[in-house]
Design a protein around this ligand. Structure first.
Ligand SMILES: O=P(O)(O)OC[C@@H](O)[C@@H](O)c1c[nH]c2ccccc12
Length: 250
């Protein structure tokens, strides 16, 4: 059973346990995210993971065509796409993951509150190349097991942390791609300082993804200087998709 949770976090995790499993034959090859980041960096651009997110507990409420959004991001050099599949508070869906994965040839991250292997199976079947694993909602044994299970499909987990303790647990469990979420999932407060203090603690061989609250190229440049390799951006791109042109050249 995941760690003790409260409020909306507890609700979405309870819902995750009830999510049905979708058994379909995967239609696309695995796209390697780490390789893609190296490619994007090698071409002198900034690796941006553009997120398709329609609603969020922090107040986002945006309609956008998932295929048009994804193709615009890919066309303008996004390193990858992140698709929220949490279907209650975030109004995400597995259908979005399936149609977006079908529309692009860059890596796709399934962004959800993953607590069961059935969710990983579904992500693989629908075309995900990466699966988000949130340290905050998992015990160490669960995290270790899910990392191994995601890798058994040759997908790579993006292991998300918010503080030093969660970082230590992620490293003990062998995470190779770590997301630092500046937003505290319980309070929803964006604490940008957190990312800057945690980044230097992460070993150089781990790929570092700064997540949440990113709205400008200045912020991207600053996070780059602090050690971030890639940038996961949702709200500001959902509100102004054309910002991707600036962000990839930050
Ligand atoms: O919309 P923002 O502030 O750019 O944040 C994007 C992404 O980091 C955020 O949606 C997120 C980070 N970790 C999550 C876990 C579950 C759901 C959503 C998230």
């Amino acid at each position: 059973m995941p760690r003790y949770l409260s409020g909306w976090l507890n609700d979405v995790v309870k819902n995750a346990f009830k999510r049905g499993y979708i058994s379909k034959t995967r239609e696309r090859p695995i796209h390697d995210f780490v390789q893609r980041v190296i490619e994007v960096k090698g071409s002198g651009r900034t690796p941006v993971i553009a997120e398709y997110k329609r609603r969020s507990p922090s107040g986002l409420n945006v309609e956008a065509d998932p295929i048009a959004y994804s193709k615009l991001m890919e066309r303008n050099g996004a390193a990858a796409l992140s698709v929220i599949t949490e279907n209650t508070i975030f109004s995400g869906s597995y259908e979005y993951l399936e149609i977006i994965a079908r529309s692009v040839k860059i890596p796709v991250l399934m962004k959800d509150f993953v607590v069961t292997e059935a969710q990983v199976d579904t992500g693989f079947n629908l075309g995900a190349d990466m699966v988000l694993l949130i340290v905050r909602i998992l015990t160490e044994r669960e995290l270790e097991g899910l990392i191994e299970y995601v890798r058994s499909y040759r997908m790579e987990p993006l292991v998300e942390v918010h503080d030093e303790n969660e970082l230590e647990m992620a490293l003990r469990c062998g995470a190779k791609v770590i997301g630092i979420n500046s937003r505290d999932l319980l309070t929803l407060k964006v604490e940008k300082e957190k990312v800057r203090t945690i980044l230097p603690l992460i070993p150089s061989e781990v790929l570092k993804v700064a997540e949440s609250g990113i709205q400008s190229t200045e912020e991207i440049r600053e996070l780059k200087r602090a050690g971030a390799d890639a940038f996961l951006i949702g709200t500001s791109l959902m509100k102004e998709p054309d910002k991707i042109k600036d962000f990839v050249n930050a």
